[in-house]
Design a protein around this ligand. Structure first.
Ligand SMILES: C[S@@+](CC[C@H](N)C(=O)[O-])C[C@H]1O[C@@H](n2cnc3c(N)ncnc32)[C@H](O)[C@@H]1O
Length: 243
């Protein structure tokens, strides 16, 4: 067995998915309110930017991986309407349920599926676009997950990876202070869970930066990859084309 990271901890690979599940089981009920608080609403801007870059057609078939409470799936579904299709997926039942309930409350009934990004239960080439927002960081075998995302795309299809990334150097100290001193306290105060938000800060630091993720996407089969830095690199949107 090999080792991997769970935040700053080194753990056996077989343990990571269980530990990540623990985090999202714990945060699911407060996930949306914490997202707004932690990012001062900026996650909405990053996601709106992603929807703009996606530039979907009404007939597009879209797979949203690690879709959680459904922000991207909902926005994509509104663009494609009834002629296209958006599949909302996640590995975590608590997150998926929160998302599905929220979508239904807003009058949207989407195909919703519990599945692991590292082993997708779809035929090759059946989607026009795949998205994964703030999910890749949590996966044990990111290379395998990216290869799976590439496999299920049609030739010419696009993968959009929205994820925390490496912040511009002048902001590093401030960002570290916020991440390691403020975030866990906010997590404790609002969700009664400091550890999950400490994991969030640590997992961001362990995640590949802009250039490394671009190289990983190319290795996974994306012939062309563009990187969009958002908020000084706090977040990056990687757009890969299967070609
Ligand atoms: C931070 S949440 C992001 C949710 C949503 N995409 C958003 O942007 O608000 C990360 C999600 O990744 C999911 N996840 C982690 N590992 C996964 C895997 N191997 N396959 C699919 N989803 C996974 C978690 O269950 C969790 O819902």
């Amino acid at each position: 067995m090999s080792n991997t990271h769970f935040g700053f901890e080194t753990v056996d690979e077989s343990q990571k998915a269980r530990r990540v599940r623990g985090v999202f089981d714990s945060v699911a009920p407060k996930y949306d309110v914490m997202n707004d608080l932690m990012s001062a609403g900026l996650h909405r801007v990053w996601k709106a930017y992603t929807v703009g870059v996606a530039n979907l057609k009404s007939t597009d078939r879209v797979l949203d991986i690690a879709g959680g409470t459904g922000d991207l799936a909902r926005a994509f579904a509104k663009v494609v309407g009834s002629r296209g299709m958006v599949v909302h997926t996640d590995i975590n039942e608590a997150m998926l349920r929160e998302g599905r309930d929220r979508l239904i409350n807003e009058g949207l009934v989407l195909p919703t599926l519990l599945c692991d990004a590292e082993s997708l239960p779809f035929q090759s080439g059946c989607f026009d676009m795949v998205s994964v927002a703030f999910g890749l960081r949590n996966m044990t075998h990111k290379d395998q997950a990216l290869a799976e995302m590439c496999r299920v795309l049609r030739p010419g299809g696009r993968l959009l990876v929205l994820e925390f990334s490496k912040v511009a150097q002048p902001l590093e100290k401030l960002y570290d202070f916020y991440s390691f001193k403020v975030l866990p306290r906010l997590g404790q105060w609002v969700a009664g869970d400091a550890d999950s938000y400490r994991y969030l800060a640590e997992s961001i630091r362990m995640h590949p930066g802009q250039a490394e993720l671009k190289a990983m996407m190319k290795t996974a089969g994306f012939g062309h990859v563009d990187v969009h830095n958002l908020s000084a690199g706090v977040v990056a949107l990687h757009v890969g084309i299967k070609c």
